[in-house]
Design a protein around this ligand. Structure first.
Ligand code: NAI
Ligand code: MG
Length: 396
């Protein structure tokens, strides 16, 4: 077998320690690869005015597979203020490197599985009909369009005259905003294209078919957002009818879905949504299975794929002498990478080891013990990041 090269991007804050834990687990499981460590994140914004340096882009183009920790992002003004003095006033504008990476490499398909680990003390419970406590088994995979919608970056405050005039050709704009001075308007465009809408729908239906899910739920708002959500729903209906007749298509509105997911999460399987609503609904489901310490994801393009936990850089825990954060989200993301590159047997072994450690309940990070994060949690019985990784390794 050819030895793979993985582009490892630790990023900021806890990104480095969770990535280290994941690499250690994969190595212990026998996955042999070379890791090219690549620069990304806040440090490189501050010192170079670019959080996604060209050298990192080249490495990803070359090796095609990235494993990413997390980055720190800050609002526009804070970003400008932290830029190195010699770079200030030279026209550098901060933009999130992860959003940038998704758009640059067309990583349009984001997959976020949320599956209950039996025995996880953070599992969602609800009260049943007889007043007893039920713990529904959640097994949902969210397919989130990753490059378009409200995150496309097409936005203006005090839009240019041409844009303003163009908007005035729209009746609803004229009626509701026609009297608002241009300077008082901010616009963020929600753009969907047939190509990428079709790709995310297809990915969702294929996943359902190949993994025995009986339904695909489109989670948008077509009754109100008629053009973008409406187009997606129409395309989903056509695709279901013509190509996936054995799979049911359900249509839920994002707002209602956020309510339903605590009432009957076990009823959902594959969920597909645009970028914004996919982001929201995937965080919602992640909350049912333990939250950020467990939420993993894949960003897939036609050529390049990047795998990452959905959590951020958790700066408040970044400089602890012993890291306390849960590495499972990152390790599970690494497993998604292994599946993607044809190393499913190794991925399954690691996933089984994670499940066993959680079910056993002896080794738990602070979040699993419902503690408030502080350096003291270790003294109080919580496992450190590396102790959790080592426990998983011991189970392999
Ligand atoms: P965050 O995900 O870093 O942290 C939110 C909360 O979850 C914190 O209480 C944190 O301590 C906890 N947490 C996060 N990961 C954990 C883990 N592995 N185990 C246990 N607890 C964990 O989000 P926050 O605080 O909103 O943002 C911090 C920074 O991260 C910001 O600069 C933000 O822009 C950035 N961010 C980056 C993302 C990425 O790299 N993809 C995603 C989300 C936020
Ligand atoms: Mg999110």
């Amino acid at each position: 077998m050819t030895r793979r090269t993985i582009v490892a991007m630790p990023g900021d804050g806890i990104g480095a320690v969770v990535l280290e834990a994941a690499v250690k687990v994969m190595e212990a499981a026998g996955f042999q690869a070379d890791y090219e460590f690549a620069d990304i994140g806040w440090e490189f914004w501050k010192t170079e005015g670019n959080p996604l340096p060209d050298r990192t882009i080249e490495l990803l183009k070359k090796h095609k597979i990235g494993l990413f920790g997390a980055i720190t992002s800050k609002p526009k003004d804070a970003a400008a203020a932290e830029l190195a003095t010699e770079l200030q006033g030279k026209g550098f504008v901060y933009a999130s490197p992860i959003v940038g990476m998704r758009q640059l490499f067309d990583l349009d398909i984001c997959i976020r599985p949320c599956k209950t680990y039996l025995g996880n003390p953070l599992n969602f419970v609800r009260r049943g009909a007889n007043g007893d406590i039920e713990e529904p088994f959640v097994d949902v995979v969210i397919f989130r369009q990753n490059t378009e919608c409200l995150y496309s970056g097409v936005e203006w405050t005090n839009p240019p005259e041409q844009v303003y005039e163009a908007f005035k050709t729209n009746k609803a704009f004229l009626k509701n905003f026609g009297n608002v001075p241009k300077e008082e308007i901010s616009i963020s465009a929600r753009i969907f294209t047939r190509k990428y809408t079709g790709r995310i729908l297809k990915a969702a239906f294929e996943h359902a078919r190949n993994n025995g899910y009986k339904s695909v739920t489109l989670c948008e708002k077509p009754n109100v957002i008629r053009e973008t959500s409406g187009m997606m729903y129409k395309m989903a209906q056509d695709m279901q009818k013509n190509e996936y007749p054995e799979i049911a298509l359900w249509n839920t509105n994002i707002d209602a879905q956020m309510m339903w997911l605590t009432k009957n999460p076990e009823d959902y399987g594959v969920i597909v949504a645009g970028n914004m609503f996919g982001d929201i609904v995937s965080d919602g489901f992640a909350g049912l299975i333990g939250g950020l310490g467990f939420a993993c994801s894949a960003n897939l393009g036609e050529e390049i794929a990047v795998f990452e936990p959905t959590h951020g850089s958790a700066p408040k825990y970044a400089d602890y002498p012993v890291s306390i954060v849960n590495p499972i989200a990152m390790i599970a993301s690494a497993c998604m990478m292994l599946h993607h590159i044809g190393e499913s047997a190794t991925a399954v072994r690691i996933e089984k080891a994670i499940a066993e450690i959680i079910a056993e309940g002896k080794v738990k990070t602070y979040d699993m013990m419902k503690m408030t994060g502080s350096p003291d949690v270790i003294k109080n019985g919580a496992a450190s990041t590396m102790q959790m990784a080592d426990a998983i390794i011991a189970k392999l």
